[in-house]
Design a protein around this ligand. Structure first.
Ligand code: NPW
Ligand code: ADP
Length: 310
């Protein structure tokens, strides 16, 4: 049965009602009857996900650096770090203001700490296999300086929350971020970054144009999250549910996507795996829970991936 794009949008319009959605990602963009809108299925994820290997060690699964948190939003940084930790990165380092150090050591003892002032030693950041920036970060001058340094370093980043709000005011930085960066805006952050939109159809068209222009993956979060790749294809995530509508859920997703980048997946594969398992963990918890906290979702992630592999 044909599936149309409007089924995945909160608003309906003449254009999206006419757009067919392919089931699965296997049709190539060059095929004559291929649609740029594709619904991700279980087989797609099974093709991408690699099992953890015999004789592997923490170095095999990469080192992620997360730059997040401010005095009143330290929780966002901890949630982001838990997404990365439970997402299976070999090593996770969190850079928060020093006032967050005790909380970090108490809540997530597996995660290492990097002082904010160390971030200016920009060349030393090259050792990380993934860098994510944004959850609960604030928009003050120090933070803007960090983003300027990351742009100079020319490494792809996962950019969320306040990092996106800063980039919205600095086109010079936005257009010079390394290719294959991943942007993870929700609706409001997306419109702040790329301008107001009348409806979701228009928002998706902008996402397609901007993903191509920036050479980036845009993860436009919603009930059905849209992963827009560097070719402008829109991959629709089927997992997730309204029990997940609680603060901090996106912070966990940012850490989870960074964990997959650290493990060596491409930007597109990391976004696909991150969104799929984030939603799947939420779906499994929603069987017995009316609503789900972001920290409980993070802890569910290894179970969900294991069940999937079985
Ligand atoms: N424990 C912590 O430390 C936490 C820290 N956090 C961190 O704090 C920082 C600021 O986060 P924030 O929640 O204050 O602002 P932001 O996310 O811009 O939302 C503002 C308004 O936008 C709207 N809106 C949002 N999403 C929407 C959607 N999908 N669809 C439609 N509308 C949507 C909605 O407006 P409304 O619809 O209510 O008018 C909402 O009220 C950020 O860095 C984050 O990482 C949080 O993660 C929470 C846990
Ligand atoms: N009703 C819903 N159905 C499916 N997923 C949801 C729903 N509500 C929220 N989510 C997911 O939770 C996350 C929320 O992200 P975000 O708005 O950035 O939260 P926060 O800033 O509080 O961390 C997104 O990944 C989104 O897809």
């Amino acid at each position: 049965m044909a599936v149309f794009l409007n089924s995945f949008l909160p608003d309906s319009d003449a254009d999206s009602k006419l757009q067919l959605v392919d089931e699965g990602l296997d049709k190539l963009g060059t095929e004559a009857d291929s649609s740029p809108y594709k619904l991700i299925n279980q087989a797609d994820i099974a093709t991408i996900l690699k099992p953890r290997r015999a004789f592997s060690h923490k170095g095999t699964y990469g080192h992620a650096l997360l730059i997040a948190g401010d005095i009143k939003t330290m929780g966002a940084a901890l949630l982001c770090a838990s997404g990365c930790l439970y997402g299976g990165a070999g090593l996770t380092t969190l850079s928060v203001p020093e006032s967050g150090l005790t909380a970090l050591n108490s809540v997530l003892p597996e995660v290492m700490y990097l002082e904010r002032k160390q971030l200016v030693k920009i060349k030393s950041l090259k050792k990380y296999n993934a860098i994510a920036i944004g959850p609960g970060l604030g928009k003050h001058l120090e933070v803007i300086g960090i983003i300027e340094e990351l742009v100079t370093l020319k490494v792809p980043v996962v950019a969320d929350a306040d990092a996106l709000n800063i980039l919205s005011k600095r086109a010079d930085l936005l257009f010079h971020l390394a290719k294959n960066s991943i942007f993870t805006p929700h609706l409001k952050e997306f419109d702040t970054l790329f301008g107001k939109h009348k409806n979701w159809w228009e928002r998706l068209q902008t996402a397609r144009t901007m993903a191509k222009k920036l050479g980036a993956v845009i993860v436009l979060k919603n009930q059905f999250t849209f992963i827009v790749d560097q070719e402008g294809d829109v991959l629709i995530n089927p997992t997730g549910n309204p029990a997940m509508a609680q603060g901090g859920m996106g912070d966990v997703l940012t850490g989870l996507i960074a964990a997959y980048v650290a493990q060596g997946y491409s930007a597109k594969a990391a976004a696909l795996l991150g969104c799929y398992f984030h939603g799947k963990a939420g779906d499994e918890l929603a069987v017995d829970h009316h609503n789900i906290t972001a920290s409980s979702l993070a802890a569910q992630l290894p179970l969900s991936v294991k069940r999937f592999l079985r």
